[in-house]
Design a protein around this ligand. Structure first.
Ligand SMILES: [Zn+2]
Length: 130
């Protein structure tokens, strides 16, 4: 789904399926991976990087905000029967609350890229480029 951590920690590549639980996929981790992926794409244009960004953005970051009250998740549980826990506005302030504010204000940062003669439209997001 684009997330890749368990309890704030990375693990062996392609092994998250062995560590699924209520503390799977910290939102900050995906936030950082998307920032890194934008840099990697700028250094070396690759559909693989653009696809990774889309998976993380749509499956994790967009799903990390409470659509009613605006709170954000610390972890996005992938446990069977798991559920989202949105942090409270006044009683929680994990790292993911801080990056969560930036997450939802930066949807436009990964849509368009260009070099001297090419334009890359990487995300299927309603937008206008001028
Ligand atoms: Zn965090």
């Amino acid at each position: 789904m684009g997330g890749n951590s368990f309890g704030e920690y990375f693990g062996a590549p392609d092994g998250l399926n062995d560590r699924i639980g209520p503390h799977t996929t910290e939102t900050c981790n995906t936030y950082n991976m998307l920032k890194l992926t934008n840099h990697l794409f700028q250094w070396n244009v690759s559909a693989k990087e653009a696809d990774f960004y889309e998976r993380g953005l749509f499956n994790h970051i967009l799903a990390s905000q409470d659509p009613v009250h605006g709170g954000v998740t610390y972890f996005l549980s992938l446990a069977m029967g798991g559920h989202k826990h949105f942090e409270s506005k006044f009683d929680d302030f994990t790292c993911c609350v801080g990056t969560g504010m930036e997450n939802h204000a930066s949807y436009g940062s990964g849509i368009y890229f260009h070099d001297h003669d090419k334009l890359y439209v990487n995300q299927f997001i309603a937008s206008t480029l001028e």
